[in-house]
Design a protein around this ligand. Structure first.
Ligand code: MRU
Length: 380
């Protein structure tokens, strides 16, 4: 109960990094500042190999985001924030103006990595504002401040996810089986996860839950990452292919769906991994609640509806090949949108660090963070 009280107070006050001390340390670290660079758990190699990737330049950070060594909306925002801090450390400048001008190309490179997850632009904008707010200080102090800001983005994200988990756990009934899609876990965030944060929250509340994980074609984040991550915590998980969801809903095997989000429009439409929209329609057809779990950094108040969310088109080889092996006729035309948009009407509730909201309320209810208040998010 103490933890639920903690989540409620997090919901009412601003999330701050001090909240992260309330929780158990994770079994692995997705993103961290280490030895003067950005250390990532290389998700391209999971579950076969658990190997870190050390990025010592902004270009390496950008390529890690593009190639999905790190992925998931909050995790790429945190990584980009550390990328900006890394860029700052390498700048030699006498004046703030010279320092800031030298920082901007790195911000631009990082912002060009992936178009859909708004957390990326949110985090870069917050880092730019952090630099500007300290313009009066010596350059060395600004560099230190930027690293501290990236650390704060990371620890705030972890704290928000624990709050999401505690709110979400209240919605999950004992003995439920929960379907999730893609990976919205510790691997997709600073730690603990959003959709998997809800699942972890319910598990830690002894609700005796179990999980169905969609494999999530084309690149199998569900099979490779979610199944692995839940097994690390001994949470019961059954892997299914994406086209099995309807069958298990019809058989009464699924009690609710919980997914993450890459960008939530002000009207509650949600962009998330391709296949999410289909699941939401299936859930409605079977009378199953469909929840989205995401921190407020995923809400884009600049966008009135999901139609405005840019959808990333990725390499056709992700569809035509499996683990590097061709599975389709050479030369076949391929479409590979990485995300789809689920209209608000199919969403039962959006679970944020402030509580669970009706989708149409999410834009009004979440505080406008300084990073988004006065600045347009760059288009893709
Ligand atoms: O292409 P990815 O793996 O970055 O896509 C990730 C997702 O769609 C996740 O479900 C989403 O970012 C939520 S992460 C907490």
């Amino acid at each position: 109960m103490a933890d639920i009280a903690a989540a409620r107070s997090l919901g009412q006050a601003d999330i701050d990094s001090s909240a992260s001390h309330l929780y158990n340390p994770p079994m692995f670290t997705t993103v961290q500042w280490k030895e003067g660079g950005v250390r990532l758990l290389d998700q391209r190699l999971l579950p076969g190999e658990v190997v870190d990737l050390d990025c010592k330049s902004v270009e390496q950070v950008a390529q890690a985001i593009e190639s999905l060594a790190v992925r998931g909306a909050p995790a790429i925002g945190i990584t980009a924030a550390y990328g900006v801090a890394l860029a700052a450390q390498k700048i030699s400048a006498e004046s703030f103006d010279a320092f800031y001008s030298a920082l901007l190309p790195s911000c631009k490179r990082l912002a060009a990595t992936r178009p859909t997850a708004v957390n990326l632009f949110w985090a870069i904008q917050r880092m730019k504002e952090a630099a500007q707010s300290q313009a009066h200080l010596p350059i060395a102090a600004i560099k230190k401040h930027l690293l501290a800001e990236a650390d704060a983005i990371l620890s705030e994200d972890i704290a928000m996810n624990h709050a999401i988990g505690l709110w979400g756990a209240e919605l999950i009934k004992p003995n439920w089986t929960i379907l999730t899609h893609c990976n919205a876990g510790a691997l997709a965030t600073g730690g603990y996860g959003t959709a998997l944060g809800v699942i972890r929250g319910a598990w830690e509340a002894h609700k005796n839950i179990s999980v169905y994980a969609d494999e999530t074609r084309p690149i199998l984040q569900g099979a490779r990452l979610t199944a692995w991550e839940l097994m690390q915590d001994d949470i019961p998980v059954t892997l299914i292919t994406d086209n099995m969801a309807a069958h298990f809903m019809q058989k009464g095997k699924i009690n609710c769906c919980v997914v993450g989000a890459d960008r939530i429009a002000a009207n509650g439409d949600v962009a998330n991994k391709i296949g999410t929209y289909g699941l939401a329609i299936l859930a409605e057809a079977h009378g199953i609640p469909f929840y989205v779990a995401a921190p407020s950094s995923t809400v884009d108040i600049q966008i009135t509806s999901g139609a405005e969310i840019p959808i990333e088109e990725r390499d056709p080889r992700e569809v035509s090949h499996l683990a590097g092996v061709s599975i389709a006729p050479i030369g076949v035309a391929v479409a590979n949108p990485a995300f789809d948009v689920t209209p608000a009407r199919f969403i039962t509730g959006i679970i944020t660090e402030k509580g669970c909201f009706k989708p149409e309320q999410v834009g009004q209810t979440i505080d406008r963070t300084p990073a988004l208040k006065n600045n347009k998010i760059p288009p893709s």
